[in-house]
Design a protein around this ligand. Sequence first.
Ligand code: O2Y
Ligand code: MN
Length: 608
Amino acid sequence: MSTTLPTNHKELIKWVEEWTSILKPDAVYWCDGSEDEDKKMRQAMVDSGVAVWLNPEKRPNSLLVRSDPRDVARVESRTLICSEKQEDAGPTNQWGDPKETRAKLMKLYEGCMKGRTLYVIPFSMGPVGSPIAHIGVELTDSAYVVANMRIMTRIGTKVLEVLGDDGAFVKCVHSVGVPLAEGETGPAWPCDPENTYITHYPEAREILSFGSGYGGNALLGKKCFALRIASSMAREEGWMAEHMLILGVQNKKTGKKNYVTAAFPSACGKTNFAMLIPPAEMADDYQIFTVGDDIAWIKPQPDGSVRAINPEAGWFGVAPGTSNDTNPMAMESCSKDTIFTNVALTDDGDVWWEGMTKEEPAHLIDWKGNEWTPATVDANGKKVLSSHPNARFTAPACNCPTIDPEWENPAGVKIDAFVFGGRRMRDIPLVFQAYNWQHGVFLGATMGSEQTAAAEGKVGQLRNDPMAMRPFIGYHVGDYLKHWLDMGKKMGENRPAVFHVNWFRKTEEGKWLWPGFGQNMRVLEWILNRCNGTGHAVETALGFSPVKEDMNWNGLEFTDEDWDALMKVGGETLLETVKGNQALLDSIGDKLPKDIQAEQDLLIARLS
Ligand code: O2Y
Ligand code: MN
């Protein structure tokens, strides 16, 4: 072991040295992941003015951070896949020429850490040492990133131990992009929105991010590594990196436990579903266990089973709308040791956000640091929100009361079902099962949802979002769909069954047809009955669907009329919607797998 460095990994040491000479920080610090270090990072954030400690009696060891209002979400328009060949990025990605993009970023990186500390964060995506896990090292000049990465991943010396002297790691470089002149302190939340770039080099397994300090742009283990780079690694190595939650359902009577992964587009109730509490009438029968709320790494095993891990170690959840009614487990998760970003501060040193309680507090400091009351309006007379719609809590997964005892099992958990969902107001029924794997891949490929605030774009617009992975597939979407088809063959006969759900169907009058939340347990029960060979279904044009009697209605009044409206398949608008899929399929071009087009043609024939 070197006397000054915590590793003998020559390639890693050389890489850090090379970047140090480019970034020119005042100091280099290797993160060990200790509690003491975390305290120092948090205090450094407070001292710099970007964070305030919350009342320790209300939120022990928790911070409120306010970002620059120009740096509040993932910046898809500046996110590039820089594959060697443009055709390998495909139509869902913005391609960047790797040489040109690197050259542009190198200019920006030159001296950008002057006056700052360069933190070296060794991190493991997945339980340290798990055969499904992979290691990354992030270089950053942001104490906020270090503190968040410590919650969201496993960081420090224990990771370097597993990496050894020559282990492989994904290279992640991040800077907020604001050097400091001698004696200058700079803005509390430094960022460079004009020059923000989040760039990925799949062949080199490298990520270069500049100019943003927020979430998915800066915590490079999350979307950049665990989805974009990992999806490319997974394709090469025969596994899957998916934008999926993982939950376990235990039948309390039989003791049998099934695991399900589910893909929903961003901010679509995914965290709530991952932490579902069964309704009182079903609480004696079932318990839900949470493994992950956002990302699943899924590997077929030699014994024919399919196992998955959550590569993350925390929740980076959307705060607005989260409450003791909508998600008590998320509320409990962020009751301590949490970093809140862009929520409001209460007069007693706690946090508040829209939807947390029915009644708004009489006075707050809003996410921009301004005085706020329920009557506060902007220059146009529009009510001002106290919290940004994409405000977040970063909370340790182990704080979650429903965390699965198996969540850190290095071997992962055995998956029985894949569920796809979308936010669809009409046409798409509550639940149905794919006829087979190929049909299931088609369902995932053509799923869509209405745009939310988690990414840029027009709220409410319908956007096709294959497997909820549209912004996260690190290569060509056509190759990605082929990989899914190939994985089905690799998994063999015992592969997980595939389902589609839609909690969001409305009546003509705009009333939600399904109560959602805990009642989704009824849908899960039917799904698991199907997996376990006991569930009945009828064949429809979309797939295998339950009839009303196939569902458990214990404790829930639900009219036949509402059920029929919820499950109706057919009609002009469905056919139109399905025909609308063709534009998406056409956009995939020559790489669209023939089997997916065949499923589209069969579906149109069934509906016509
Ligand atoms: O806006 C961001 O930087 C975060 S986006 C995000 C965070 C947690 C989980 N999922 C997402 C997403 O956009 O899918
Ligand atoms: Mn997500």
